[in-house]
Design a protein around this ligand. Structure first.
Ligand SMILES: Nc1ncnc2c1ncn2[C@@H]1O[C@H](COP(=O)(O)OP(=O)(O)O)[C@@H](O)[C@H]1O
Ligand SMILES: [Mg+2]
Length: 583
């Protein structure tokens, strides 16, 4: 069952009732004012003056209380909504983020939720009090004078009818404006995050033109909307004042004839003016409702995301890991659509839409041994590690550890027992220390941290920084070199100290000297761990217990270095190239 995005909480309902009642009080005010003018005693001991004052105060208090409660509930719901959507995204599978744009997702959580909040806290209460006011006023008017009211009732639809199509149009424009704004914000975010690419490609002008295109698009739709609004408002007012003038003249005539009292005419007019705002707010309400529905539609897609179950499954039981006849492909999907793609399992098993990457791959990673994977770039080596991390669902075959398919283990346990150091050297924007301990399930002692730092040969780097470990590294680690980021990842792997270690060209961002140093450390780190290393350097591969050669989606050979050298031509060629490049 899908959870409702907006919840009718008790507070929300109570505040709506208070706002409802306050509007009823509002409808009563003109009656007591008319009594005031005609100096009738409504109830024996209550003079009209006192009654009018009481009603005004009562209405003010109710409006204040109702709206405050409402706004608080809206704030609370929006907070809850943002938390739960973010929580859902955090638990979406890795594959989901290959297919859906992060800025589009951010937009949904930030802007779309805002539209809902505005609807709850502003449009909805205004609408309710408008309805009450309009209905209540009409009833009161009928009692006051049915003839005047009949004129009003005939002229009201005449006022409303021309506005209906305009209101619909405005609601359509609002949604387009919303989409255009979200496209613009995605583009700006993307450019700001890729400034070095823009600079090095001298693409400032190109990027600027692109942004101009988007801002122009936004201006265009926004102008249309403003013009429409500018036209609707005066037309609406004109029509309303027109009908008021009509009623005024007729009312004046009746007063002269003596068939209508001045007091009644005055309260009639007060009622009429009381109608203007509510009638005007209806068009705003439908525009806002359109936005809110658009937002809900987008947000309910987030609720459809299949999340990973981190907490259920067998206890981690680690041993030899086997790939048995594994086939896998990445989906052929163009991903820049505004629609979210949510159903990973069905996408990754849809044969026709998959780009085959691995076909019938069988491999064994023995417990406590070091297995190397080599082969031409793009052959699927990193993909094998991704499958091991359970980042993507496989199409066919099995991955097994100790007789269990790995997806039967508790996922958080499984990943907690694997460390990966790869070419992907993502860094968070906090301090170096925060990056080192991110996600650790224990808090390491100062000694442990220092040990990890020495291990990754980070001590010199950190000594040079103005605040040492507490130095803020900039967004995405923009103030660190690639090599430094990679060392932070290595230090983190040391702190995690897991029985399974995956190294995917873990030293690719280091120069030859640094690579030599780090390799010595990595050798030690591997120790008795089950290690899988994807490597391009001969030195890292030669001493592996077993080597797999991956080429064109398949394992084309396996064995130790000396075995492969003799039996596998491609491997021999790879070794020769490595030796040449090392000279
Ligand atoms: N997330 C992804 N989505 C779609 N295609 C991918 C993704 N990651 C890698 N690929 C493609 O899969 C193939 C294998 O990639 P990869 O496993 O990274 O190769 P290797 O590590 O051997 O260089 C490449 O052709 C690459 O373009
Ligand atoms: Mg790779």
């Amino acid at each position: 069952m899908k959870k409702r995005i907006i919840k009718a909480t008790p507070i929300l309902i109570i505040s709506l009732i208070i706002i409802f009642l306050s509007s009823i009080v509002g409808v009563l005010i003109p009656i007591s004012v008319s009594a005031l003018v005609e100096e009738v005693r409504l109830i024996n001991f209550l003079s009209p003056i006192v009654l009018t004052i009481i009603l005004f105060i009562l209405q003010a208090i109710m409006v204040a209380v109702g709206h405050t409660m409402m706004a608080r509930d809206g704030d609370y719901q929006i907070k809850h909504m943002r938390n739960s959507f973010m929580n859902r995204l955090l638990h979406a599978p890795k594959a989901f983020f290959d297919l859906n744009s992060p800025s589009e997702l951010a937009n949904r959580i930030i802007n779309d939720t805002n539209h809902i909040q505005q609807f709850i806290t502003q449009s909805l209460p205004t609408f309710i009090s408008s309805i009450v006011t309009v209905v209540g006023t009409l009833i009161a008017l009928l009692f006051l004078d049915w003839q005047l009211t009949s004129i009003l009732l005939i002229s009201l639809p005449l006022v409303a009818i021309p506005l209906i199509p305009l209101t619909k149009l405005s609601s359509r424009y609002s949604i387009r404006q919303q989409n255009s704004l979200s496209r613009l914000s995605s583009l700006i975010l993307e450019y700001l995050q890729n400034m070095s690419l823009i600079k090095s490609s001298v693409a400032e002008e190109f990027a600027y033109k692109e942004v101009q295109g988007y801002t122009e698009d936004l201006r265009h739709i926004s102008s249309k909307n403003t013009t429409l609004y500018a036209v609707v408002q005066p037309i609406g007012l004109l029509l309303i004042f027109g009908s008021i003038a009509l009623i005024f003249s007729y009312g004046g005539l009746r007063v002269n004839q003596g068939t209508l009292s001045v007091g009644t005419l005055i309260s009639f007019l007060i009622y009429l003016f009381q109608l203007i705002n509510p009638l005007g707010s209806f068009s705003g309400f439908f525009a806002q409702k359109g936005k809110m529905e658009g937002a809900i539609q987008k947000l309910s897609k987030i609720q459809d995301i299949e999340v990973e179950n981190l907490d259920e499954g067998k206890l981690f039981n680690y041993g030899e890991i086997n790939f048995i006849d594994v086939s896998f492909g990445y989906p052929k999907i163009n991903t820049n659509s505004e629609e979210l793609i949510v159903n990973m399992k069905s996408i990754y098993s849809d044969e026709l839409n998959l780009m085959p990457i691995l076909e019938g791959v069988s491999m064994t990673f023995k417990e406590g041994e070091k297995t190397a994977i080599v082969g031409p770039s793009g052959g699927g080596k990193s993909t094998i590690l991704n499958l091991l991390m359970q980042f993507y669902p496989i199409k066919n075959g099995k991955i097994i550890s100790k007789e269990n398919e790995i997806d039967s283990f508790k996922l958080s346990d499984w990943r907690d027992n694997i460390s990966i150091v790869s070419q992907d050297i993502s860094i968070l924007s906090g301090t170096i220390r925060e990056n080192l301990v991110f996600g650790l399930d224990y808090s390491p002692s100062e000694n442990q941290i220092q040990y990890a730092i020495r291990f990754a040969h980070l001590e010199e780097t950190i000594a040079k920084l103005h605040d040492g470990l507490e130095t803020v590294v900039g967004e995405a680690g923009s103030r660190l070199s690639g090599g430094q980021k990679q060392r932070i990842h290595i230090a983190r792997a040391v702190l995690r100290d897991t029985p399974i270690l995956l190294l995917d060209e873990a030293t690719s961002n280091l120069d030859a000297d640094a690579e030599y140093q780090i390799n010595q450390s990595l050798q030690r780190l591997m120790g008795s761990k089950t290690t899988i290393v994807v490597a391009h350097r001969l030195s890292t591969i030669m001493d592996a217990d077993n080597i797999y050669f991956i080429d064109n989606k398949k394992v084309t050979g396996s064995g130790t270095h000396s075995e492969l050298l003799k039996t596998h031509a491609s491997y021999a060629r790879f070794v020769k190239e490595q030796l040449l490049s090392n000279e």
